[in-house]
Design a protein. Sequence first.
Length: 552
Amino acid sequence: MSVSRARSLSEEDTIGFTEKKLPTYDTELHEVDTAVGQLEELNTVRQGLHQRHIQMIALAGTIGTGLFLSSGKAIVNAGPLGAFLAYAIIGLMVSSVVLGVGEMGALVPLNGGVVRYAELFCDPALAFANGWNQIYSYIISIPAEIVAAAVVLEFWITVNNAIWITIFGLLMTVTALLFVRIYGELEFGFSMLKIMLIIGVNIMALVVTCGGGPNHTSIGFQFWRSPYGPFQQYLDISGPLGQFLGFWTAFNNALYAYSGIEGITVAAAETKNPRRAIPMAAKRIFIRILLFYVLTIFMVTLVVSSADPDLLGSSGTASASPFVIAARNAGIKVVPSIINAVVLTSAWSSGNSSMLGGSRVLYGMAVHGRAPAIFKRLNRFTIPYVAVILYTVFIALGYMTLSNSASTVFTWLQDIVSIAALVNWICILIVYLRFQYGCKKQGINRHEELPWAAPFQPWGSWISLIMFVILFFTGGYSTFIHGDWSTETFISSYFNLPFILIVYFAYKWWMKTKIIALEDIPIRPFIEQYRLNPEPEPTPRTGLRRLNILWS
């Protein structure tokens, strides 16, 4: 590895790093990686993502079909209050995940996200196991988003979906192979559309609730009182137990809606001034969740009854969206096409994000030998093009939906992806807690020595970790109720547990890795590098820029 390529480190500084003795764990590997390897990677890839890209991607990049369409299922299963509480609780829990990756990403801005943090702060075997868990998840989620886009287009025109799958697959591939700046600009535009739609549908819901719709009927909290009250019975189980099970089931819908929200650091090495941009994105997590998820689900519960039969529709288009149902019931006719158009861009946006995240995770693993070295290859735009090609090949899985039997299998795979996201959150919290306690063990004051220290720690991470573990083991509870066994539900709920355990222990046995002791976690070299390579001060905001609250 060439020391001369390190931007701001003098030869003397670099030698100082490589001569420093780490206590016991693989000294040579970690000295080189932590002291010089980060700068090597930063020089290898192109930093094309600006602060406004990161802010908008963090703000609305993960908002998609989970909020616009699937929220109706949560209202049906849990009732208005149950759905509102489920989205609020999961939003609070996932905030700890975002804060954790934000703190680690600000100190260690490398591509790959938690895969890189796991190998540095916890155990290389965990990085390997969760890395392949994420790669599998991306392989399935990319064609899933393309299929969603194809189905949405049926609202306007009916042709063979294979045509749309091919077109969107090619668009995503071309976008992923160009400058990362192209991805940033696309996501910036898509995020603006989603934010405008959310603001619009919330205003619409408020107007309809107050009786301002064409039918001039005031709703108020009518649907919270009747026909079933604030909570819905589930699985034909009456009483408080049935209501609680409905509420618990709504967590699965909320998990799907929030999946991917932790991806603000997956392309950290391609982000300009990451030690300022990443913390700024992480610090806004609470306002993002409150305005775009919790407030939105609250407003939709006011305008749609949990007993509305249209909520159970399976058309796949915006006709099953609770916002469309509310508009149609109120006599507003133009909303379905508007929502469908934005949902289409949301599916495209989510596919682009998965292509970027998946290729960077695979690249990050290849850099340290956790994946074949061929995935380290970059094109002239400094894009890991071989990794992109791998995901492009698996876009062909989307054609499975053209057959009824294959479509069933593909649905199973999609359900497994949702659980993979939950497993990823659990791994992030484990790694972050190890990082925190490593700082404590080594006498590092997080608030004084790190670029940014997340608030509400470690208690926020512990509470979220316990909650996610409980959700993981109870996700398929309905299969254990007499008469409700479902092989699909059982496999999709619990496949990831044996998968990640087998991969984890197989790698540990083969590579003879060990969990890194707290006192051996290489945190100091990154702190020294942060001090020796300060980022430029931000340009003061003047004039109308002071009013920009979205990405400044």
